[in-house]
Design a binder for this molecule. Sequence first.
Ligand code: ME8
Length: 678
Amino acid sequence: MAEKRFYITTPIYYVNGTPHVGSAYTTIAADVTARFERLRGREVFFLTGTDENATKVYEAAQEQGVAPEAYLEQLIPVWKEAWRDLHIGYDDFIRTTEPRHVEAVQEFFRRLQESGDIYLGQYEGWYCVACETFWRESDVTDGLCPNDWCRRPVRKMTEETYFFRLSKYQDAILRWIEAKPDRLLPDFRRNEVVAFIKQGLRDQSISRPGEEWGIPVPGAENQVVYVWFDALINYLTAAGWPNDAETFQNTWPADIHFMAKDIFVRFHCTLWPAMLMAAGLPLPCRLIGHGFWTAEGRKISKSLGNAIAPGDLARMLSDASGCEPDVAADAIRYYLLREVPFGQDADFSFDGLKLRFNTDLANDIGNLCNRTFSLIHRLFGGKVPALPGGDSPVRDALKRAAETMAQEMEEQRYSNALQALSDAIKEVNKHLNDRAPWNLHKEGKTDEAAGVIAESLESVRAFTILYSPFLPVAAERIWAQIGAAEPLSAQTWDRAAAWEGLPAGAELPQPTPVFPRIEAPKGQKAAGKAPGAGKDASKPNKKASVPAPSEESGKPTVSQTEPSAESKDESNFISIDDFAKVQLRTARVLAAERVEGTTKLLRLDVEMGEEDRTVLAGIAESYAPEELVGKTVIVVANLEPKKMRGVVSQGMLLAASGPDGPVLVAPEKAVDSGSEVR
Ligand code: ME8
């Protein structure tokens, strides 16, 4: 029998609008995982699709004055096109109006009816069409849907409907969760599931009488199957259930069901396992419920009218940077998965996207490519230098990065996985700076120079493979420039850190930057860090004089001015105008480390709106560097830069004098970094 396929699913989306950043997020995460697993040699079955039998789909069609079928025919191509433009490589796209699914749902219903898990009863309670959710009398206190992201009016229902004996499975579901906790991720969301189930499960109404749209209940043609009972079964339908036993054997159970928190607790972690138990089918291996993308604090959603189309974003990013639209789409994939830990909410901002583009893509991988390719052209006539064997810090960095990345990817910690790659790139850039092959070459040490550059090129080969699940098109563009004999599609995960080198002597094409840096319009700050590499490259470009990017530009120089002597006022008071001169702004700590040779000083790399800065603070005795990362602090932003211990500090942190040392001052609620403090 064939080996079981690695089965990955996204939710099937309601077709009552077009795709947006939120639906794209889940689909991209699933696609990245599918590509990662394929790279590791697994056969993957990646399913996405659309949930079409919902009342809200029917009502959206009515609003447009068209039949639901016609409405769907207009919209389905829009969904498929959006996924194509985001480089989503699904294996199957299921639509719940397809006959294969209608048959599966009716068969499932029949089987549970036969086993006694479905019975006819009287439903009295509320229904929210937006969430397609039944609420009990006591859940609704003000006529509005209790989901905090919804709060739309609910409808009163008194109907004779079919019920599923959900209550019967309460203990079995809890046991299933407890037996292997990492089935439900992230942890804090698993706790919500357990708390929800422990409140007590009631049998679930699973049909709606008198509805014109939906899958008819077998043997009761005046009723349609409740859309959630229908929708969840899509995961079985696409795996071949009930007719194709061989495919089903090789596919089911799902390895990962992806979704956001809205449909995690009640539907996927409660109703779904109970349905599968009732049908005697194996349960999914993992369910993961990520956070919401919000716009100005509100969940991005089709019906709230705050949806941002990924295609529009890609066009805007491509216009701003000059990169290819397909590379811009990759950058969106990257941004969404890099910006926040997978379980948490985040506010979407185009500025944030541009910042990531500059800091991570243009500065990290982009700059490493540019430096390496141009060195090969300038010093070695464009011919690939031979890779030396033996130990190398670059080789170690690649090995570590691949290992860390694999561990993080196994638990869907995409942001950490990408962080591991950025860290390794910084190490490689630093190695390049330290060894300065341009100087070695000048001194006539040509072989040594060639070896250093070959290591750098080898790292580009490895990074391209490692990034490829996130940046499939950009990786192809880089791959085309490294002189590889085989296509990127023939690579496997293991080969990334294999230190196998590229064919020596191969001629490289003229380099084409894949991630051109976004330059700010004159008079404004550019997004992200200065071009360059290594830690020092993260100096701001505000007043700093940054050398033009070149392969030697690992360390931009910062113009330095010693602070002028403070002019002391005679009185203890300052005027409001004096105070107004002090610019205070919030900043987010990106990285923190001790300054060597001091006991008090920490070096913090902070993000202040569109600008990154380095700030030294005398707080090392009160704070460990790790606890500061991610914190929001307040910075005196217009203090003259000051050089201490070889580092230029570009601001000062505000801290209160606590009994045991300084206590950092922070805003009382979350605010954007770079916000003014007055
Ligand atoms: O719930 N942030 O469909 P749906 C993050 N048909 N993710 C978001 C998001 C946001 N702002 N908005 C949507 C349904 N999503 C059912 C699913 S499955 C058997 C049936 C993503 O169109 C996220 O994955 O409302 C969320 O769970 C899903 O879209 C909801 O999509």
